[in-house]
Write a new protein. Structure first.
Length: 638
């Protein structure tokens, strides 16, 4: 779950002491490998489950510290945001019924988390990115009150030299600026661990790099962020932006980001990764080190390598090495970090089974995957999988190209089955979990596809807020059944619950797809714009997006027959005394303004900049819904 004990505002001396401890940890690790001190001949698997806490309206619930008060601290921990939790599952010996045991432990832990959240009016949900999450939820008040997280935020801002800029292109395009690291908390993942011996680390780590793309393609579950449809696994793009500590100068020099797959194969040892991470990435967090690792080794003790583990926790490779000690014996693990949380526990375990099976099956087939694949293809495959899911084109061994769907069904699922059989996994579990992957791929029904198809099926019915809340509610309801995502019916507005919560403020009902003009534009152009798009109002803004005024249909009518019309510009007819609201304005207040001032359009501004428009057409569905609901309630009462 990461190191939480860090120093606040570490001094230059603190940094020097910590860096010395970090280098000593590396030397100690090298000596331990040379002395053959690591556990061998035993394969374990493990997992970490991240999840969202949501309130009764399906929005993020920043109550993790309160929820954790009644949960086992050995299994549950905090994450960066107060609306996230992390579950640490007990490791299993890789064989027999380990996959079924993993599923049982995850279900049991989630049941406990749900029980702890319920008295606080909250629930938990497994999803890569919560569809109802908004940028307004990512304030500093939502950071978990641990020094590690606040120090991480300050360190990232300091290295970047300012705010966090997110620009992701998909079906839609998202471009925002945010002032803190909480953008990273939009992501929740299902991280899986695979224990390896030091002498096999390089070849198995390379194998994990190669199989990450096809496993991810079958597992994508994060297609929307802030109501924008982006990549099939938007987490990959978002995480890289959110934890990008590079300044503008470093980005210009193409310096490696902290979140990355890597740029080459590992040749011989885990030490190559460690040395590269220390050389490339500055220390972000510092803690006090109680004992020197080299001195502990000299006394015959196994050191915890606390400095190395803390630094490793601030470098976010999609496949990362992990060091641990169990029963007094040190071990190494490969942590796969690319898989999203959800859609269900059984889907997650199926994803893990596919990954573990490929690790076991392809390891038997290839002593060195780097001899039959280029690393450039591995990188290209990974980002193609994140962008396109099962429709991604992938170059596999010796450059042969497949769609992800074809590669998985025809080549990789049989290999994963061989690997699980070789590892001694129970046959019924192999059939169950790999069968889920096969059906999901065959029907192209990943979590991302279900989300996008559900949104498409709802069309423009209701408000956008209502559609996303309904989507999230349907996701949670289906998740609780435990049925895998490929069997889920699409979400429908007929399932909408507590619809009134989607009309509480202007931001939930306003239109954001706007036609605007500048004050120097000719009136004739505005007339055509309004005619072509059936508009009665057009906002006037400057190049910075600041609202300057409003052109009304009535103002254009008054220009008819005016000999000066051909030479008139927008500034000649626009209204400057415009009544405006903000996204946070209560809807009932907006209705009052419309009635009081007899107006048909309310521009919505945030810090003077135009962000939306509220017109009568936005209110009409609300009025119809209110009247319909009132009639239903009256009928029930009678």
């Amino acid at each position: 779950m990461g190191e939480r004990d860090v120093k606040h505002e570490a001094s230059a001396d603190d940094l020097r002491v910590f860096t010395k401890a970090l280098l000593n940890d590396v030397s100690a690790l090298e000596r331990m490998i040379d002395a053959d001190m690591f556990e061998k001949g035993l394969r374990r698997i493990g997992a970490e489950q991240e999840l969202f806490l949501v309130d009764k309206d399906l929005f993020p619930a920043p109550i993790a510290p309160q929820v954790l008060e009644t949960l086992d601290p050995a299994s549950f921990g905090t994450e960066l945001a107060r609306f996230n939790l992390e579950i640490n599952v007990e490791p299993k010996i890789f064989g027999g019924g380990c996959l079924n045991e993993l599923e049982f432990d995850l279900r049991d832990a989630i049941h406990s988390a749900r029980g702890a959240a319920a008295p606080l009016g909250a629930d938990v949900i497994l999803t890569g990115i919560l569809p109802t999450l908004a940028q307004a939820h990512l304030t500093l008040d939502s950071i978990t009150p641990h020094p590690r997280y606040h120090e991480l935020n300050e360190a990232m801002r300091r290295l970047r030299g300012g705010d966090f800029h997110i620009h992701i292109k998909g079906l839609d395009e998202l471009q925002i600026t945010h002032d803190n690291v909480l953008v990273e908390a939009c992501n929740t993942s299902f991280q899986i661990h695979f224990q390896v011996a030091p002498d096999e680390f390089a070849r198995l780590y390379n194998l994990a790099q190669a199989v990450s793309a096809p496993v991810l393609a079958a597992a994508v579950n994060s297609p929307v962020l802030f109501r924008h449809r982006l990549w099939k696994e938007t987490r990959v793009a978002l995480f890289q932006h959110a934890i990008d500590a590079r300044s503008e100068t470093h980005r210009t020099r193409s310096t490696t980001p902290r979140v990355d797959l890597g740029h080459k194969w590992v040749d011989n040892s885990v030490l190559e990764l460690i040395r590269d991470d220390i050389a490339r990435f500055r220390v972000l967090l510092v803690r006090g080190i109680e004992e020197d690792a080299l001195e502990m080794l000299a006394r015959g003790k196994v050191p915890p390598l606390a400095a190395l583990r803390l630094h490793n926790g601030t470098v976010y490779r999609w496949n990362r090495f992990c060091y641990g000690v169990m029963g007094g014996k040190p071990h190494l693990r490969i942590e796969s970090r690319a898989l999203p949380a959800g859609p269900t526990v059984v889907d997650e375990v199926a994803n893990a089974a596919f990954f573990f099976g490929l690790m076991a099956g392809l390891a038997e087939e290839h002593r060195d995957i780097s001899q039959v694949m280029s690393f450039d293809d591995v990188r290209t495959n990974f980002y193609a999988a994140a962008r396109h899911g099962l429709t991604a084109q992938m170059a596999w061994k010796r450059g042969r190209t497949h769609t992800a769907e074809s590669l998985i069904r025809r080549v990789l699922l049989p290999k994963a089955r061989e690997g699980l059989v070789h590892a001694g996994i129970d046959g019924s579990d192999i059939d169950r979990y790999l069968g889920i992957i096969e059906q999901r791929v065959r029907h192209h029904r990943t979590g991302s596809r279900w989300i996008l198809d559900s949104l498409a099926a709802m069309g423009d019915s209701g408000t956008e807020d209502l559609r996303y809340r309904t989507l999230t509610a349907a996701m949670l309801d289906r998740q609780k059944t435990g049925e895998p995502v490929h069997t889920w019916p699409l979400a429908s507005l007929d399932e909408a619950k507590d619809w009134r919560y989607s009309f509480l403020n202007v931001g939930q009902v306003m239109s954001t797809h706007l036609y605007t003009v500048r004050e120097d534009d000719p009136v004739r152009m505005v007339a055509h714009l309004m005619d072509w798009n059936h508009l009665r109002y057009v906002p006037v803004e400057d190049d910075a997006g600041r609202l300057l005024g409003l052109v009304t249909h009535r103002a254009l009518i008054r220009m008819i027959g005016d000999p000066q019309a051909d030479n008139a510009s927008v500034r000649d007819i626009m209204r400057r005394d415009v009544i405006t609201v903000t996204p946070e304005t209560p809807t009932v207040e907006a209705v009052r303004l419309v009635r009081t001032h007899q107006i048909g359009c309310l521009p919505v501004v945030n810090e003077g900049r135009l962000v939306g428009v509220l017109t009568a057409s936005d209110f009409l569905p609300l009025y119809d819904k209110i009247i319909d609901e009132m009639l239903k309630e009256r009928s029930r009462a009678e």
